[in-house]
Design a protein around this ligand. Structure first.
Ligand code: ZN
Length: 94
């Protein structure tokens, strides 16, 4: 007799026993490749790692934008200072 997967599936708000054949053993039970607990955990970990990588990318992009903005502000401030220095020189010459 072939073993049945110990996993469960949700269908229309009800929980059913997975109908697939158990092909992988774990903790005394048999599981299909979809419900095999270590495989489920590995998938979850991979998704989490992907999410963390995406978050890290967003954070570093945000840091770049912030740096760009502060450089822009520094440049504007410098230009304002330069301009007022030049204007002062003109005024002194006149
Ligand atoms: Zn299953």
């Amino acid at each position: 007799m072939s073993k049945q997967c110990s996993g469960s599936v949700w269908r229309r708000y009800n929980c059913y026993r997975c109908s697939l054949a158990g092909v992988l053993e774990h903790d005394g039970g048999w599981w299909c490749s979809e419900h095999h607990p270590p495989t489920v955990q590995a998938r979850k970990d991979a998704r989490e790692a992907e999410k963390q990588a995406a978050l890290a990318a967003i954070h570093s992009a945000r840091r770049l934008v912030e740096r760009d903005q502060s450089l822009k502000e520094m440049a504007l401030e410098w230009m304002r200072r330069e301009k007022s220095a030049v204007v002062k020189e003109w005024e002194e010459e006149l």
